[in-house]
Design a protein around this ligand. Sequence first.
Ligand code: RM4
Ligand code: MN
Ligand code: MN
Length: 424
Amino acid sequence: MKLDPESIAEYNQTQLEGHQRKLSYWTQEVAKAEPVIQKLIDFQIAIPSWALGTGGTRFGRFPGGGEPRSLEEKIADVGLLHALNRASGAISLHIPWDIPTDPNAIRQLAAQHGLRFDAVNSNTFQDQLDAQQSYKFGSLQHTDPAVRRQAIEHNIEVIRHGVALGSDALTVWLSDGSCFPGQLNFRKAFDRTLSSLEEIYAALPNDWKLFVEYKAFEPNFYSMTVGDWGSSFLYANKLGPKAYTLVDLGHHLPNANIEQIVAILLHQGKLGGFHFNDSKYGDDDLTAGSIKPYQLFLIFTELVDGLDARGMNHATDLGWMIDASHNVKDPLEDLLQSVEAIQIAYAQALIVDREALEDAREANDPVRAQEILQDAFRTDVRPLVAEARRRAGASLNPLGLYRQLNVRQQLIGERGAKTVTTGL
Ligand code: RM4
Ligand code: MN
Ligand code: MN
């Protein structure tokens, strides 16, 4: 379904009075508010094509109905999100879950929805039906050169698809590792992975980036060959200037200080991209900001600080993407919530009094430093986020409009109640 711009305007009219009342505090803080609103308008968060359906767990899957059955319908869903919030202007494809058979037509369709193609993702963590070689014991690290060759060729193929779509980055997430002590020679696994990555890197177009994503555990439970930011950083450094580390929030061991990791990677010019989600335990892939909103804010505080220190453009110099899987929520509602949580954390990070914070740090005053951070975190920036949406032509309250229009019911009407989308 396509959202009629009229319905957004009508809905906003019904919300306008309340919105303006909440915004009135900020009208006195124009100098502070205006740049934040503009940054929010510019900031776009990519939606992964595999997050538009119900993921489920290894125990079961409970599809919700009206889920996209094709790449075209996935693009339509992201288009719908973008029409509602004007902040989801990009889509990220996973190959081979979503192979564009007619890239030009797909590109045009995306452009009609105001979408561009974000990083493309390779998949060497599953065996495809027609595959000659198996990834059971790894892909780029594999002891058998024939398996490594297949995985390298697949990544190069993914780059080709990305080029055809106008994407400019490849994300490599490897499930490679081992489940038992003794199973793997760590040094050989490292060297093989590096030389495989080198071949993929050599196939990158000049203006492309390669994102090396790490993950602490799962599906391998004893060791992961790219298991933490240190190893990802090492690969990225050895590969060269087009290679970067990608941080997925759910890929750390419990209590890891992600904001510090982000700060150092950015400081070293090696932070490339982000996968947003939230978790209580591990790679839970829950809605961003649903469990640890303060952590999300602290991460954004480091991001804004680090980006500014390097004179980088917040909106375009890093890859921003949601990486989530939905078990019990309507995926589109979940994604709307995630985008909003990210925008709120970003806006709060933008209003931190950096000069005062730096003074407090230099004076070794942790009390004042905490007050400054929490002052920003406890400020209700939602009117600013809503105002950015209104100015961009989006809904003042995307979730409210989504429910009012019964979008899911309409999608079920169009696509059926029993639909299963490709992906996780
Ligand atoms: C992995 C990782 C990757 C994502 C796959 C589907 O855990 O987060 O980024 O592509 O899941
Ligand atoms: Mn990820
Ligand atoms: Mn993950």
